[in-house]
Design a protein around this ligand. Structure first.
Ligand SMILES: [Zn+2]
Ligand SMILES: [Zn+2]
Length: 349
């Protein structure tokens, strides 16, 4: 076992605090990574504070991990000691179901293993990236090819980046397509950057007029204040794809109305309670689709990381020491971050 410093929640109400965990010694197919940076995802807060069902304590969150390979198993062929590596939301899956065989491990029919709080079928709890080091099966580790000085901003690509990239690719965002991004938070700001980089015409839909300048700076061609009825009316029936990143229950009708015939709105935010069901006529009169999408597969994550490395795309972040994490959660809950907190893991050592 590798004794590893970490930060853990011991129950839903106590702040995160230093805690020692044991990592397995690397097996033949494992890569051991010394963690340099870990992004702070909304899911971390939900898990640490048990706002969703089923948190197992102690809980060490963190699934936006960038680090350096420090040891490899005998059968590892794709990584060398000293290389940069990234780990996202998954560390394992069954490997043999239809989804796994097609490289869509996030839809594993037997349940993928989450990077934290992710035991399946009674296995041991998994501990995430708020820690010194992690040991992960090679097939769930990605290469990071960004410049070294960009690494902190790379961490959020492993969840926020892939969560927006996968639906943009699946619904073929690109030149000639109009894409709407709803909400400008951790996910939304990556959605704007990536849709723009893919060549789509991008409109940011936000309830906050104050975010107009940021939306344009990040790559939006247009910014529409979604609480303004006149602005929304002008955008009706124009969009091929709407990527809805909002994680609070809200009325979907006004947004579905933005879609062209055969357009798709895909939900990627995870609200604590369902959205009210939208009106049926909004869908059937234009054959519109309401869809969902969950992170992305490992192959697709690598594709996204390479695309971003080539173009110098990273997340806009605020770098924090680990002992700031509970303040960061409180601020994140109020959307008071532009646009992702990232923990400098040197602060743990
Ligand atoms: Zn996440
Ligand atoms: Zn599977």
């Amino acid at each position: 076992m590798i004794r590893t410093k970490a930060y853990a929640a011991q129950n839903a109400n106590s702040p995160l605090a230093p805690f020692e965990i044991g990592r397995r010694d690397p097996g033949p197919e494992d890569v051991q990574i010394r963690i340099l940076y870990c992004g702070v995802c909304h899911s971390d807060l939900h898990a640490a504070r048990s706002e969703w069902q089923g948190t197992l304590y102690p809980c060490v969150p963190g699934h936006e991990i960038v680090g350096r390979v420090v040891a490899i198993g005998g059968k590892v062929s794709r990584f060398k000691v000293g290389e940069l590596a990234g780990v996202g939301c998954m560390v394992d899956s069954c490997g043999h179901c239809a989804s796994c065989r097609e490289g869509e491990e996030q839809y594993c029919e037997n349940g993928f293993t989450g990077t934290y709080n992710g035991p399946v079928f009674g296995g041991e709890n998994t501990y995430g990236g708020y820690s010194e080091t992690i040991v992960v099966k090679e097939s769930f580790v990605c290469h990071v090819r960004h410049d070294e000085q960009a690494l902190a901003g790379v961490a959020p690509l492993l969840c926020a980046g892939i969560t927006t990239w996968s639906p943009l690719r699946h619904w073929q965002a690109g030149p000639g397509k109009r894409v709407g991004i709803v909400g400008l938070g951790g996910l939304g700001h990556m959605g704007v950057k990536l849709a723009h980089a893919l060549g789509a015409h991008v409109t940011l839909f936000t309830t906050s007029p104050a975010k107009t300048a940021d939306g344009e700076r990040l790559g939006a061609d247009e910014v529409c204040v979604s609480t303004d009825q006149d602005q929304m009316a002008r955008q009706a029936n124009r969009y091929d794809l709407i990527l809805n990143t909002v994680a609070a229950p809200h009325d979907l009708n006004g947004l579905l109305n933005l879609l062209k015939r055969d357009g798709t709105m895909t939900l990627v935010g995870a609200p604590p309670a369902p959205h009210p069901s939208p009106g049926v006529f909004n869908l059937i009169f234009k054959r519109r689709r309401l869809a969902g999408s969950l992170i992305g597969g490992i192959r697709e994550t690598q594709e996204m990381l390479d695309f971003c490395a080539e173009r110098g795309i990273v997340s806009d972040i605020e770098l924090i020491p680990i002992d700031y994490i509970d303040r960061a959660y409180d601020r994140m809950a109020k959307s008071d971050v532009r646009y992702r907190f990232v923990i400098d893991m040197a602060s743990l050592r």
